[in-house]
Design a protein. Structure first.
Length: 175
């Protein structure tokens, strides 16, 4: 009725090419990409690095710039530019802050520029905020002006008009 078949048995089967000696890679291992005259290395999607954290006992004097994320728990005297900037409850920033996303839990003395700016209930901001969207939780302290711009990361003053030209003003000279 049923007969044993050699299909499921290990070893070379009819029509199989002989395997090279010393082949110790598993069958499901990825095969290297074919090179076309250069050192091509297939790129896997890179994992986003964790945020750089400035601890609460750290005092930084000077400007910082990164395309990554920064979490500040200490004191910074200088400007900060980042992708995501989180100001911790124990942090104090004295300078301009520019980031795509700014989350303020601590204190900033200076201008804030961000596409998304969020002041939590523990935030203390003394300075102007230029934003595309803003959220201010109940309990946050804020002294300064708030201005909405389509491109708040551009520090060149006035926002461009519909034609894309920035407004220019000149004051008359007295004398």
């Amino acid at each position: 009725m049923f007969s044993k078949s050699k299909i499921n048995e290990p070893g070379p089967q009819k029509g199989d090419a002989p395997k090279p000696v010393g082949h110790d890679k598993p069958l499901d291992a990825p095969k290297p990409a074919a090179s076309s005259g250069g050192d091509f290395k297939p790129s896997a999607p890179k994992a986003k690095p964790p945020a750089s954290v400035l601890s609460s006992d750290l005092h930084v004097t000077g400007n910082m710039k990164t395309t990554g994320d920064i979490q500040v728990e200490g004191t910074v005297e200088g400007d900060i530019r980042a992708h995501l900037l989180t100001i911790g409850e124990t942090a104090t920033i004295k300078g301009e802050v520019i980031a795509d996303d700014v989350v303020i839990n601590g204190r900033i003395v200076g201008r804030v520029r961000g596409l998304k700016v969020r002041l939590t209930s523990t935030a203390r901001v003394e300075g102007d905020i230029i934003h595309k969207t803003i959220a201010i939780e109940s309990g946050a302290h804020f002294e300064g002006s708030v201005q909405r711009q389509d491109d708040p990361l551009n520090p060149k003053g006035k926002a461009p008009d519909a034609a894309g030209h920035a407004e220019a003003r000149s004051e008359p000279k007295s004398g």
